[in-house]
Design a protein around this ligand. Structure first.
Ligand SMILES: [Cu+2]
Length: 182
């Protein structure tokens, strides 16, 4: 038996020759090459995806950032009055433009929508001395909805919004009308 192992015939057919080692080595060379290629393409894909996400992020948020620098005014405003609030209580309108106001009084009592002149405020409560400082006003009876128009002031800035009926301002009926560049 020992002689058989050492015989040239056994070696020729049963022991691998040097060329067999190339066959054994080839898959690992080829395989690692494939693995490299795969890894590069996957990493490339990940990198491309990251750049794409960054790009998408910039596209999405740069205009938002540009918008947030300046409030966007509305020429049509919908306001709901209740006892004793405005919703919304802050509105932004473009200077000098005709503003359409859709206003609903959902409260149980009459309410007013009074915009005070620029730089004026009613102080602790609305009184007769404040009448001359009114820029524009409308009264709405309970349960009513009305559409009215008024021209926004030219002066950029914040204007006090109040309800002039006794006690309503103190109960919380106040807000702000902000006039911005159109
Ligand atoms: Cu009121």
């Amino acid at each position: 038996m020992k002689d058989l192992y050492l015989s040239p015939v056994f070696a020729r057919f049963f022991l691998p020759g040097w060329e067999v080692y190339w066959l054994l080595a080839y898959p690992s060379i080829f395989g690692s090459h494939l693995a490299d290629r795969l890894r590069h393409s996957v990493q490339g894909g990940v990198m491309k995806k990251r750049w794409f996400l960054l790009f998408a992020f910039m596209v999405a948020f740069v205009p938002l950032a540009a918008c947030s620098r300046r409030p966007v005014p509305a020429e049509v405003i919908n306001v709901v009055m209740t006892d004793y609030e405005y919703a919304p209580k802050e509105m932004i309108i473009p200077s000098g433009k005709e503003i359409t106001l859709n206003i609903t009084n959902k409260g149980a009592v009459e309410h007013e929508f009074v915009i005070m002149k620029y730089g004026t405020s009613i102080g602790d409560s609305f009184g007769s001395e404040d009448e001359e400082n009114i820029y524009w006003e409308i009264e709405v009876k309970p349960g009513e909805t009305t559409t009215v128009t008024f021209t926004a002031p030219e002066q950029i800035g914040k204007y006090q919004l109040i309800c002039g009926i006794l006690g309503h301002y103190n109960a919380g009926m106040e807000g702000t009308v902000q006039v911005v560049m159109p």
